[in-house]
Design a protein around this ligand. Sequence first.
Ligand code: COA
Length: 143
Amino acid sequence: MAEHELPELVRMDHRLFPEMPYPYFVLRQLYELYRDRLLVVERGGELGGYVLFATTPDGERSWVLALGVVPGARGLGHGRSLMAVGLDRLAADGVHEVMITVAPGNRPALGLYESLGFVQVDHRADYFGAGGDRLILRLPLHG
Ligand SMILES: CC(C)(COP(=O)(O)OP(=O)(O)OC[C@H]1O[C@@H](n2cnc3c(N)ncnc32)[C@H](O)[C@@H]1OP(=O)(O)O)[C@@H](O)C(=O)NCCC(=O)NCCS
């Protein structure tokens, strides 16, 4: 994603995650750190979704920091494609495992992650602060 698209990414992130969007300054800094592992969907010249992976300094583990597709483009395979391309790149990087957090009631996301082979390894109350319960899922990679 080009740097000039950052304001559009921030707007899309607010649309995708209205209850817990990344503040602009956080997404800017994540972009500086992980732009190589930030993948976007482009639709008619506009951003239609994104995924962001961050790998730990030892290169062993990567976390999915965001995955979202705008409402009008859901159910078309974009979410699956973003994850598939990203996971291929992480495997090529030699990453051993990928972690993701998901709200317990988020059926579409859980369906996608389970179909990719992610398995629940934890259920944490208040993981993202009061009321922010999350399931933690893991996928081993065999690069
Ligand atoms: C989760 C999300 C990214 C899926 O993106 P998408 O482009 O609609 O997903 P896809 O079309 O690639 O579908 C992939 C799989 O997701 C699951 N899925 C998608 N929509 C679903 C729905 N409405 N109900 C149940 N499962 C669904 C299915 O397992 C589907 O598999 P299939 O290809 O065999 O049908 C999208 O719903 C989204 O942006 N949600 C809001 C943000 C969010 O919750 N992000 C995840 C945070 S952890």
